[in-house]
Design a protein around this ligand. Structure first.
Ligand code: PGA
Ligand code: ZN
Length: 403
């Protein structure tokens, strides 16, 4: 038993320069910190991210220091379920709007780090014992978003993410392949769009290109894989994030309006032409039947993110409708680690793979790399190897996967 002796919280900046909260939990001489990321294309059912009217997180910090801390002092740092239950009952809302999902997750994840430290084990080892998730892979696939669109870039591309997935179990090899492809891609972009776009940078570290046609990013990634000598060793994936450009029953793709049928035809064409591993949020977040119809046509994985928001009930619904074969796991969508594990359990019970994911507003925190490895996740989705807050997550996965 290592009782919690102190909890602190402070405001830091995320990768977009926006305030976010970091908390540190102490158990005697041991401590652990966690800083909370922030999304831009958020699902409407996500846990509430509490912010002051001016965008700061001072109330969130007060909720940690004045409301949560007094109730948790003396609690065993390794009683994760107990810690999370106390916060959920203190909050008392369905969407965590009273304390803020960001306040709760900061403490929840920091407590796990403090507990791991007090036991003298790596975070992933501690999380593995705690979570007991049925693994999909020994080492997750690296989902690396090299062309950014949608809400993550000032670009005419409506689809949010164009992702390369090195087809290997070696993180070192995957990172080398991604670096080579990134360099080849930079040359292609310079030739095709001009040198100014070769330095472009979206929120998740991908390039931003002046392109309307949604098929072109996949052609370009495929060409870059070939130029880098990795043809045949790369799968492609995409996060359409369709809710973010859905208006009045139609999808605004570039300058056109597409209906569900046109979107579906696009996905069939995409899967015919490229080695697509998965398609995330192909339709808006309420279109469960459309997800199911598309998944029925495909071997590849249709992935829920805004559809499921790391929420056990929504994952259960998607599973029952056979709407997805993989699900995005983002701890800050639900607000505590215990509920994150519950969501992963539910997914695995239905043979749905988990892809642990960063947010578009990130920090240098590497917790998700440990989480992905600990739970044998199918994928770790953490952007491109072009921004430090993304690189540290892959680097952490590399470090722990060779231990
Ligand atoms: P977000 O996007 O972090 O901006 O919500 C990531 C995603 O949609 O997967
Ligand atoms: Zn998504």
């Amino acid at each position: 038993m290592q009782p919690i002796t102190k909890i602190t919280a402070e405001e830091i900046l995320d990768s977009r320069g926006k305030p976010t909260v970091m908390s540190t939990v102490w158990a005697g001489d041991f401590s652990g910190s966690f800083s909370v990321p922030s999304g831009a294309s958020t699902g409407s059912n996500e846990a509430h991210e509490l912010r002051d009217l001016d965008g700061h997180v001072l109330q969130t910090i007060r909720n940690i220091t004045e409301t949560i801390t007094p109730k948790l002092l003396g609690t065993d740092a390794s009683d994760q379920a107990g810690i999370d239950a106390v916060m959920c009952s203190l909050d008392g809302t369905a969407d965590k709007s009273h304390l803020g999902g960001n306040a709760m997750l900061a403490v929840s994840a920091a407590a796990a780090r403090a507990a791991a430290a007090s036991k003298g084990v790596e975070l992933w080892q501690y999380l593995r014992t705690l979570a007991q998730i049925e693994p999909s892979r020994r080492v997750p696939y690296l989902y690396m978003n090299y062309i950014n669109g949608g809400k993550h870039a000032k670009s005419p591309l409506s689809f949010q993410e164009h992702i390369i997935v090195p087809d290997t179990e070696s993180v070192a090899e995957a990172m080398t392949m991604a670096t080579d492809i990134g360099n080849a891609l930079q040359k292609i972009i310079a030739d095709r769009y001009g040198v100014e776009f070769a330095q472009s940078m979206g929120d998740e570290g991908g390039y931003v290109i002046p392109e309307h046609d949604p098929i072109v990013p996949f052609e370009v990634l495929s060409q870059a894989s070939g130029n880098a000598g990795h043809h045949g060793k790369i799968r492609l994936a995409t996060d359409i994030a369709a809710s973010s450009f859905y208006e009045n029953g139609m999808y605004r793709v570039g300058e056109e309006l597409w209906d569900t049928a046109k979107m579906t035809i696009f996905y069939h064409d995409l899967a015919k032409r490229f080695p697509i591993l998965s398609i995330e949020d192909p339709f808006e977040e309420h279109a469960l039947a459309d997800f199911a119809a598309l998944q029925k046509d495909f071997e590849l994985r249709i992935v829920g993110d805004d559809l499921t928001v790391t929420n056990t009930t929504l994952i259960e619904q998607a599973a029952e409708a056979s709407a997805i074969r993989a699900v995005i796991i983002k701890p800050n969508q639900i607000g505590t680690l215990t509920e994150t594990f519950a969501a992963m359990h539910t997914a695995r019970t239905h043979d749905i793979d988990c892809i642990v994911s960063h947010r578009s507003g990130e920090t240098d925190d590497t917790f998700i790399a440990d989480l992905a490895y600990a739970t044998g996740a199918f994928g770790l989705k953490a952007g491109a190897l072009r921004k430090p807050e993304r690189m540290v997550k892959y680097q952490r996965l590399l470090d722990i996967s060779v231990q």
